[in-house]
Design a protein around this ligand. Structure first.
Ligand SMILES: [Zn+2]
Length: 258
């Protein structure tokens, strides 16, 4: 059994954090790629400063938007405090993408040729407590009669393998598209963003793990939201996106539940 202090230093702190823990809203926000922070003992994995701050390490802007939505929706927000370079919490332990040794155009030396023991150490330190905390939260809400609408917030890079991505907001879903369908309908006449279904990637790419793990088995309304990160690089952009998505969620929930 991994002792937490063997993985994290005191300065690192806890892997999982919760914002607005007592939020009364029914939306539960989750941000798996909130931070580029590395656990002290892992250093830089042999990466440049540029790579360590890029989209391969985190979803720039996503946490800031999630935080604003947490306020406007009075929603509890659960997020991972460490970089997905160490473990990508939106991937199950058996997925090769949980710990990548190559991400887009970057080689990640510190992730090459990992032993099973090291993979399992990272899974225990980062993935297990994160998903455990989400499970506890959903169970506690059910116990006190608070509904849960499960929403994950991500951002994506505008240029991937040299190709520009025209989509600006992706509304992603797995087998249960009830909420996503309403959101896409509500967004169909907006001039603010180019909004598309399951873009720039979708369930076939393995990106809906968190939805599959928590929302689908419990029959919770759910959606995964992807925002192009150049649109949320500053506070103004983050505010506009958060307002837009808050409005879209409110309207769509009234529709699906009404
Ligand atoms: Zn993400």
């Amino acid at each position: 059994m991994l002792v937490r202090s063997e993985f994290f230093t005191e300065a690192d702190g806890e892997p999982v954090a919760v914002e607005n823990a007592g939020g009364k809203g029914e939306v539960l926000l989750v941000c798996e790629h909130a931070s580029p922070r590395m656990p002290e003992r892992y250093g830089d994995l042999g990466l440049s400063e540029e790579a360590l701050n890029s989209h391969i390490a985190w979803d720039p802007g996503a946490f800031a938007v999630a935080r604003l939505m947490s306020k406007s929706l009075d929603a509890t927000l659960i997020y991972q405090r460490f970089s997905r370079l160490i473990y990508d919490c939106n991937r199950p332990p058996e997925s090769p993408a949980a710990i990548r040794d190559v991400s887009e155009i970057f080689r990640i030396p510190g992730n090459e040729n990992l032993s099973e023991a090291e993979r399992s150490r990272r899974t225990t330190a980062l993935y297990m407590p994160f998903h455990g905390r989400i499970r506890e939260e959903i169970a506690a809400r059910r116990a006190r009669g608070q509904g849960t609408v499960f929403v994950t917030i991500h951002s994506f890079t505008p240029v991937y393998f040299g190709r520009e991505r025209p989509v600006e907001i992706g509304i992603l879903h797995d087998a249960d598209s009830r909420l996503a369908d309403r959101m896409l309908r509500a967004a169909s006449d907006t001039r603010l963003y180019r909004v598309e279904r399951n873009e720039p990637y979708g369930p076939a790419d393995g990106v809906t793990h968190t939805l599959e793990a928590h929302a689908l088995p419990a029959g919770l309304l759910n959606v995964m939201i992807e925002i192009r990160n150049d649109l949320i690089a500053d506070e103004t952009g983050q505010g506009v996106a958060a307002d837009f998505l808050t409005g879209l969620l409110r309207e769509s929930l009234a529709d699906v539940q009404g």
